[in-house]
Design a protein around this ligand. Structure first.
Ligand code: DON
Length: 309
């Protein structure tokens, strides 16, 4: 089914779920994220050349874990399926995004999937570029191309803030390094990963990313392939199985929309008819997913029959 919705209707849906934000809390373990306005709420639906938007669509925020979708696509394009999945698995973890426990169980050490932090750190290590800056620059250019927005940049303040509060991700890196899963130095991998998470977009950009992924990797306006179809298909499958972390199962049942969350409050949705949905609402639920954003997608899915199942 399709999501053809008028601005006013979209705004009404948002109003109906806005109170959910009050039940969540803005991420604080990266201090810069705590500065976000808890009442900010934006939703954009992108399909072909059409775009419907409501709320605070001018507000910019960092991709955080929604970047994992694009870094996986780029790593698959760089290294191919066989190499990428020799280093990172394909299975949902059922654990929180920063969990370390499953890493010890896999022999040899291999993160369960590319959407948890351990897996995304390995993906960052796989990206091609001879220096960390070159990798980050390539990634930024790729996002600018997918969003058709040259203003997408890296928020240096958020990156610095995360760098100073990265002990858990640093620990994951050292664990991986000691098991010979990382090729590059720990600080380089960590820096690359943090910069990817700190790419700054608005909800229109996020919706366009979802649209490209849903349209088999094609630019919604020109039809040009920006991502190979097999890669887009693989990435959106991970969004279903692992995109909402340990809430992926319930979200698949309730909404059935391939979706990826980020601790900034970003939600990136993608439907197989080429519809992209970008939502931003910073307060998070206990799984680290945008509280109001999750509820909004569940409601839209149920009323517009958006589930892919
Ligand atoms: O590595 C981190 O903790 C953050 N840069 C990203 C985590 C994140 O977005 C998890 N998503 N819900």
């Amino acid at each position: 089914m399709s999501l053809f919705i008028q601005k006013n209707a979209l705004a009404s849906y948002m109003e109906a779920v806005q109170s959910e934000a009050g039940k969540g809390s803005v991420a604080s373990y990266i201090p810069a994220l705590q500065q976000a306005d808890p009442d900010a709420f934006a939703c954009v639906v992108h399909h072909g050349r059409e775009r419907e938007e409501a709320g605070d669509t001018g507000v910019r925020f960092t991709l955080q874990s929604t970047a994992k979708v694009i870094s996986l696509a780029l790593a698959l394009m760089d290294r191919g399926e066989e190499e990428v999945f020799s280093r990172v698995g394909m299975e949902p973890s059922g654990n929180p995004f920063h969990s370390i426990q499953a890493l010890e169980k896999e022999k040899p050490a291999k993160p369960l999937n590319p959407m948890i932090n351990a897996g995304a750190l390995v993906v960052a290590d796989l990206l091609e570029g001879n220096k960390p800056d070159a990798v980050v620059h390539r990634f930024l250019r790729f996002i600018q191309q997918i969003t058709a927005n040259p203003d997408v940049d890296i928020c240096a303040e958020t990156a610095a803030s995360e760098r100073n509060h990265s002990d858990l991700n640093r620990a994951l890196c050292y664990f991986l390094k000691s098991h010979h899963v990382l090729e590059n130095e720990v600080e380089d991998v960590l820096n690359t990963y943090i910069n990817l998470c700190s790419v700054r977009v608005n909800s229109c950009d996020l919706a366009r990313i979802g649209s490209v992924l849903g349209a088999d990797g094609r630019d919604p306006e020109t039809g040009e392939y920006l991502i190979p179809a097999w890669t887009a298909e693989m990435v959106t499958t991970f969004m279903v199985t692992c995109g909402m972390y340990d809430a992926s199962g319930s979200f698949a049942i309730k909404a059935g929309i391939p979706c990826k969350s980020g601790v900034s409050g970003a939600l990136l949705g993608s439907l197989p008819d080429g519809t992209g949905i970008g939502v931003y609402s910073p307060p998070l639920d206990s799984h680290g997913n945008s509280a109001a954003g999750t509820r909004l997608l569940e409601k839209l899915s149920s009323d517009f029959q958006l589930s892919i199942f």
